[in-house]
Ligand binder design. Structure first.
Ligand SMILES: [Zn+2]
Length: 280
């Protein structure tokens, strides 16, 4: 089972999260038939999505992350609900190449957090390195004023996710410069966090690297790949196109088929289905 272990450090001055998202990445590989290189890129965005949405308080809070670095993988989109229920896709699931060429280094990261308020929170930041650990650290620092130390790492071979992991350290409001420097120094040594989590486990990483600091362990979260699509949502989306438009498509093709981008589920509509959604 995937896990997020979390602890407050230095009497609440900072917070560390260690994530194991192996099953999430394997599910994404299976749904989208991802190449190993596409899985490495999308897996890191899914890990960040699990991290951000694990902190959401209300069940209807929603997260969308769009990463577009103009790489050969194209755009990546991750969406999540509270409790680290994530899903995602990459435009070109068969992309190949080193991370910087799959992700690209000339685009943006866009994070939208919908807390049910009038306007959703909308954070936008340029993407410049193609190294998602660095680009997301830059995003948090620049857009959310949270200087963060991040290491994301996905180990995948021949369509099998051996380990996907991440470590994220963020300051709390009363944090000091000294604490930030100490923690950044530790995280900078954890570049291959996937193999470190493989060896020590998520809790082991916290104990081994942070156990000698004043620490308060917080509750675990179990992130999951969950798609929230349903026939009802697809029907609502179709209704916005209007009955005439839909009937024209049916006349031409005999049916309407809508595929979910996040889980590849196919929804089919025949003439009588269109009648019934408009007669409800
Ligand atoms: Zn779906």
């Amino acid at each position: 089972m995937d896990t997020i272990k979390r602890a407050l450090l230095f009497d609440g001055k900072a917070i560390v999260d260690v994530l194991d998202t192996t099953e999430i990445v394997q599910t994404a590989i299976n749904y989208h038939n991802l190449s190993d290189d596409a899985a490495k890129a999308l897996g890191q965005v899914l890990t960040i999505g699990a991290f951000i949405s694990s902190g959401f308080k209300a069940s209807d809070n929603k997260l969308t992350i769009i990463v577009d670095g103009k790489g050969n993988g194209g755009k990546m989109v991750v969406s999540a609900d509270a409790g680290a229920a994530v899903r995602g896709y990459i435009q070109n699931p068969s992309a190949m190449g080193d991370p910087a060429s799959v992700v690209g280094r000339d685009g943006y990261i866009n994070v939208i957090k919908d807390f049910g308020l009038k306007e959703p929170y909308n954070g936008l930041c340029e993407l410049v390195t193609g190294n998602l650990s660095m680009d997301f650290a830059y995003y948090f620092t620049k857009s959310e004023q949270l200087p963060s130390a991040i290491s994301l790492d996905v180990d995948v071979k021949n369509g099998k996710c051996l380990k996907s992991a991440g470590i994220i350290v963020q300051p709390m409001p009363n944090c000091t410069e000294e604490v930030i420097v100490i923690l950044e120094d530790i995280v900078s040594q954890l570049k291959n966090i996937a193999s470190i989590v493989e060896e020590k486990g998520t809790q082991g990483v916290i104990d081994y690297y942070f156990g000698h600091f004043p620490m308060k362990q917080l509750d675990d979260v179990n992130p999951k790949y969950i798609c929230s699509c349903s026939k009802e949502k697809v029907s609502q989306m179709l209704m916005t196109l209007g009955r005439d438009e839909l009937e024209d498509i049916i006349k031409e093709n005999g049916k309407i088929e809508v595929g979910c981008q996040f889980c590849n589920k196919k929804y089919q509509y025949l003439k009588e289905d269109i009648d019934s959604i408009f007669n409800k």
